[in-house]
Design a binder for this molecule. Sequence first.
Ligand code: NIG
Ligand code: FE
Length: 406
Amino acid sequence: MSSLAINGAAEVLRPREDGLPYMRSAEFTVAPGSVLIDGDRIAGFEGSADGDLTIDAAGCAVVPGFVDCHTHLPFAGWREREYAMKIAGESYEAIARAGGGIRSSARALAEASDSDVLEQSFRLAWEMLRHGTTTFECKSGYGLSVDGELRALRLAHALTAPQTTTVTALLAHAVPDGFDRASWMEQVAAMVPTVRGLASALDIYVESIAFSNDDLAAMGSLAHEYGLDLRAHVEQFNANGSVPVAVAAGARSVDHLACVDAAGIDALAGSETAAVVLPGAEFLGDERVAPARELLDAGAICALGTDLNPGTSPVASLPVIIGLAVRRYRWSVVEALLACTLNAAWVLRLSDELGSLEAGKRADVLVLDGPVERIAYRFGHNPVAAVIVGGAVVYVRADFEERVSR
Ligand code: NIG
Ligand code: FE
């Protein structure tokens, strides 16, 4: 078994207690130390050791690999023209009603070959990797037909990235042409038995231009019946009172929450339904800012994602998302790190395996080029100097290569 020693780091971010599936507040120690890796597992933290491979981490922070628990990979193409329209004052809803938005990405996906879609997703996966993402969620949602959704799910499985990936079936994203909500939800119900083998979670977008709270409850019943998790895009542009509905349906997470009200915050406070906030979409769409400080203070399990998609958030970098979260939510950097490591792993049901630096866990580890507090402060800079996935060094930044020795 090969070994790797990351020696003499200025900071190692470790949970105060091992074995926690999630945290409601950021209980970490940030102290000098080393991280020793055997095979694909974290072996320990004691002293410096000689591994088959060693990394000199002097002046660096060592943190868990980032977990991006909300992306829309795979998709085809981009929508920069819509961004220009938004800047000129058009709303997301108006662009969607005029045939843009999700529908335009659905057309692009339908027109693209499998290999073109996989090529774009592969490039994005590597961009994410260079920014520290070692695990991410894929979603369907741009299929907008039974065959299209099943194709998107199969493409998500066909993506060969270095990262660990999960697949979510966003079967209710926009109402496809020729259907109304009710008739499309009938199609969804008929599709779920097939989808069960292709996804670990169902997802739904609740909004005036998309689906309703009743559809959300129905999706929850389907998830329950077929042993899948329920995720939901809620309260993004309007307060629709969806959070209590999702929590009652046993949702794994509710995502966006820019417009969540006090009742929604209350419902999440002691719940195991995670609050996934997406500051990239909020910032680029000039959306409301989620009350994420209040959610964290109330005791919600808070997680962060890029929401990487061609419409609301064409952002692949979790360091940028951390920077936005710290500035706009008034979270500490360590709170933001919790949200895109252990708590994001909880959302994906992977937190017993990864998401924190603990002996025995999978060795997904990042070496950053400075202290953790600098991640947010040097907004836009990529602090990731080396990425270790399952004990293997998969990326080293050019200016850092001399720190790695055999
Ligand atoms: O998470 N708002 C719903 N779904 C996506 C955006 C999809 C798109 O515009 O292509 C989101 O923001
Ligand atoms: Fe999304």
